[in-house]
Write a protein that binds this ligand. Structure first.
Ligand code: AMP
Ligand code: MG
Length: 433
């Protein structure tokens, strides 16, 4: 993959390894977010389709058009509780000249075909019942008087009132839900209304999550001095599930290249489509992914023109794609949205690669020293003048309190050093329904 592109912007860094030696020749390529996404997407192929029940299909992508085999509604249907009558009988009804119609039968939803409505009569019908033949109006219960087995109609109704005609919603042969649609509740209903129980979808990609760091301990276990709980694994796993991936948790691995490589190989052998590592992607003494990338392993170190989340590792191990996120929580989060999400939604067969984004006005001045593209954690408000965004707290890359308050990521484009109050900015939405 790397050979596809020009090698502009390759920087050489000097790394001091844990063995104390300093080696050069390590390459860290400077990329924009767009270029990094483009390269990641080159390595993403939609997985072979499979059958799924409707109950497991929410959030999956339909692999084949669903074409209506039967009309909806399936029969002329009463749309309200009331009386089915012939339009000719009630066309001239008024308070001065009320029309009296004898009620000759009644039909509820689920009952078989009723007898036709004869002139001068009415049939009581419930919502969802088959509308009697020859009826062309259903008068709502509350708009007639009922006395002595008769209804008294004192107003006219247009023909067709409260009758849903066969096929008026979905005609036979029309595409009910298109291939490529990510299935939400309403799509599932439209497919179920056609009588399908199983459909063809693209499967969820299997995504392995590996946290790296000598300091990491699984939450729920005791800490020694200098250790911290691994909070990124669960966060990244939850994000992956929100993007539509199926997570395989590897837990945390010490900062030893051999061990990390062995885990990467094991996850690839176990069928991961994508392996996500967290941490060890920058230029520290024990940044294990960076160390691995210099060996005979198909991993590259990228330096992305963004903040937070500058370092990113990308490559392939034994047929699985590898994306290495930075370890600081906000950096891991922001990078996951920019790089993991496009990969996972593409593997899933979705076409909407870009994260959902709105425009909001900044409520305060925000400085962007350095001029990289900046993703700021903000809360959002909505009033008559539209959305406004407010910083959710200090924007330190390690700050989880700000991250957990945030509802969006406000983007300051590269090269813009300051945003003034009222400026209209793109904001990626990070909550979901
Ligand atoms: P790294 O990218 O490995 O240099 O880590 C950067 C910072 O993020 C360090 O303070 C790490 O301790 C922290 N960090 C890395 N991985 C995790 C994790 N899985 N959970 C919580 N903090 C982490
Ligand atoms: Mg680390």
């Amino acid at each position: 993959l790397s050979s596809v592109d020009s090698r502009r912007g390759i920087a050489t860094a000097h790394l001091r390894y844990s063995d104390g030696m300093e080696r050069s020749g390590h390459r860290r390529e400077n990329l924009t977010v767009e270029e990094a996404v483009r390269r990641i997407l080159l390595g993403c192929q939609v997985l072979p389709e499979r059958a799924a029940s409707l109950r497991e299909a929410r959030g999956l992508v339909l692999a084949r058009d669903i074409v209506a085999q039967s009309p909806s509604p399936r029969f002329d249907t009463a749309a309200m509780d009331g009386y089915a009558v012939q339009h000719a009988d009630v066309r001239g009804a008024s308070p001065e000249q009320p029309v009296h119609l004898g009620v000759v039968g009644s039909i509820s939803a689920g009952e078989g075909t009723p007898t036709a409505v004869a002139p001068g009569t009415a049939n009581r019908v419930m919502t969802g019942a088959v509308c009697p033949e020859d009826a062309d109006v259903v008068i709502p219960l509350e708009l007639v008087e009922f006395r002595d087995d008769q209804i008294v109609v004192s107003q006219p109704f247009p023909a067709g009132t409260n009758i849903r005609r066969t096929g008026e919603d979905i005609a036979v042969g029309t595409v009910v839900v298109e291939r490529g649609t990510m299935l939400g509740p309403a799509h599932l209903a439209a497919i179920a209304a056609e009588g399908h129980e199983t459909i063809e979808v693209f499967p969820r990609p299997r995504v392995a999550v590996i946290a790296t760091g000598d300091e990491l301990v699984r939450p729920g276990h005791a800490l020694e001095p200098g250790q911290i709980w691994d909070s990124n694994s669960v966060m990244v796993a939850a994000l992956i599930e929100q993007f539509g991936g199926e997570v395989v948790m590897s837990g945390s691995v010490p900062d030893e290249p051999k061990t990390v490589l062995a885990v990467l190989r094991r996850e690839a052998a176990d069928g991961a489509d994508l392996i996500v590592t967290i941490g060890g992607a920058s230029l520290g003494d024990r940044d294990v992914l960076t160390e691995l990338a210099t060996d005979a392993v198909a991993l590259e170190c990228w330096s992305i023109a963004m903040k937070p989340g500058k370092p990113l590792v990308y490559g392939q191990i034994d047929g699985a794609m590898v994306i290495g996120l930075p370890g600081n929580p906000a950096a891991a989060f922001v990078s996951a949205i920019q790089f993991l999400r496009p990969a996972i939604v593409t593997l899933l067969g979705r076409l909407d690669i870009d994260p959902p984004t709105i425009v909001a006005s900044a409520t305060e001045a925000i400085a962007n020293p350095g001029g990289r593209r900046n993703y700021l954690r903000v809360t959002l408000d909505l009033d008559a003048s539209g959305h406004s965004a407010r910083l959710a707290g200090p924007q330190n890359v390690a700050n989880l309190a700000t991250l957990s308050r945030a509802e969006g990521l406000l983007i300051i484009p590269a090269g813009i050093e300051r945003v003034e109050p009222g400026a209209r900015c793109d904001v990626q939405i990070i909550r979901s329904l």
